[in-house]
Design a protein around this ligand. Sequence first.
Ligand SMILES: [Zn+2]
Ligand SMILES: [Zn+2]
Length: 169
Amino acid sequence: MTTPLDDSRPADSWQLPWQGGCRCGQVRLRITAPPLLAMACHCTGCQRMSASAFSLSIAIPTAGFEVTTGEPVLGGLHGDSHHHFCPHCKSWMFTRVEGMDEFVNLRATMLDDHQWFVPFVETWTDEKLPWASTPAVHSFGQLPAMDAFPALIAAYAREGAQPPARNAG
Ligand SMILES: [Zn+2]
Ligand SMILES: [Zn+2]
């Protein structure tokens, strides 16, 4: 028998730190903590804000997420979810949810190197475009219950797609 911690990969297997930024480069980001979860959201709100079929998120522990350059501004609905945008190019960069201060949902394509990103969980498939599909291994018609997240996070730590190892030297 194993516990979740036994088969989690070491933190350095994530090839941190990561750098990222908006389309124009006025806002730059640095990520120094292993991600908690990789997601795609098919909700109609994400369809509008992403101007696409679904949004991509990678949840980063707040302590490991830093805006190094620029001053993001709020957009979207200006409600409990604080959607942060570049003030110049208006890229939708990341979301902080009120009352959930322990993580930041970064749009995965803001990472300079994001070719490795694969959504592990998809949400709101009830609202998805009929042809839109992702390789996520956990699918939810709406949002999973809050008490489902610890198991999803543990599974992602064991099985989630990771960046390729950097060449030594
Ligand atoms: Zn920008
Ligand atoms: Zn959504």
